[in-house]
Design a protein around this ligand. Sequence first.
Ligand code: SF4
Length: 487
Amino acid sequence: MSHADAGPDDDHPHEECGVIGVWNVADAAALTALGLHALQHRGQEATGIVTFDGARFHSHRGLGLVGDNFSDARVIARLPGTRAIGHNRYATTGETILRNVQPLFADFEFGGLAVGHNGNLTNAQALRRALVRRGCLFQSTTDSEVFIHLIAISLYSSITDRLIDALKQVSGAYSLVALSDQALYGVRDPLGVRPLILGRIGGGPGGWVLASETCALEIVGAEFVRDIEPGEIVVINDAGVHSIKPFSRQNSRFCVFEYIYFARPDSVMDGMAVYEARKRIGAELARESRVPADVIVPVPDSGVPAAMGYALESGIEFELGIIRNHYIGRTFIEPTDQIRNLGVKLKHSANRGVLAGKRVVLVDDSIVRGTTSRKIVEMVRAAGAAEVHMRISSPPTTHSCFYGIDTPERDQLLAAHHDLAQMTELIGADSLAFISLDGLYRALGKPGRDPASPAYCDACFTGSYPIALSDHDAAPERQLSLLASAP
Ligand code: SF4
């Protein structure tokens, strides 16, 4: 399944946002737009760019895709300057209305500051209530605005100290870029759940890029320098890159789902090529749950690398038995229930010649509600497959994500309430297998999952949340459902 399919019929968790910042480059807005285009899979609801030209800030924000908003040269011309930040939004907190679209911008006593944020604050509601009691007037319903107010009321004088002051009060998983008239800032949460990387751009001295993923560097001609470390703040100005580590050191807990599904396959995350990681996950899946078959078929597009790994490991032929139509947009599938029910056929069609009479292993990256899997299995059977075996390159998704990934409530997650036999029956497959948690960790180069100190955030598979869910724990009904869901 592709990120571009994100819509009501897309049965995948969705990335919330992508961020980018550039410093000291000509055509900063155009480069930021290109970078945002490469990060489009991280958010398709809205997009925005703020630039600084040495004297004034300029901004353009809009609903829709990067191409819808920034392909017009006149828009780019209205964003002069050599410094910029940009943001792609997938709306989960706050409606998709223009005032929620980032980067957010505010005028402070020290000057202007634009902020773009990827992730989720787990104490945003509590902070918001406290800030409103203090008289802060919120312009948007997004929790990202909490950063702005915390910076505004901080008693410290420098922007960096105010930013640190704000960061020490929030908890959650986030990557943040901010632009003042003096510097570009990049921040990664203390556990490094959400990604952020640093690159160099331009032949001259002092051109820098911050981005959610390395795929944004390629398109702007930048070179990868390093990952921003968990809990690190980088301050980029004409003196270079200055690193601050205001938090006590903790073991990082990078989101393991970035490797499975969210990140673009050509990105490198925390030193590991996502494409290779997905192939290794597929190979491990084959070792764990091999079944006699004639053909390995990926559910396109994100199931492709795992299916290649599965095929290589099992020695069974890899074939494109499902063809994805790249030109189906959500507006086409939304209008009526009848059309909506045909959704999967509009996005995917069975390649009959590959499937008829064959024992087929279908490889996909996740099952969330199970609706799409059922339709795909049905479609492959209708094309004449003799057997359909479903293999999933993630462990069962049993818990919701509270760290910036849009997953359905727990009661809608198929694996939260059904065992393997029930899920197999519900999706209509001859067999179903998920990679094990230890198998997933092995594929990522670890000996297995160390329960005392897991190397990744894997809460959507384990319910073991590494960052306190303050807002949710504060609500009694939520507290009960979380307690009930403990593994
Ligand atoms: S809960 Fe799952 S999706 Fe959310 S950050 Fe953790 S691993 Fe990623």
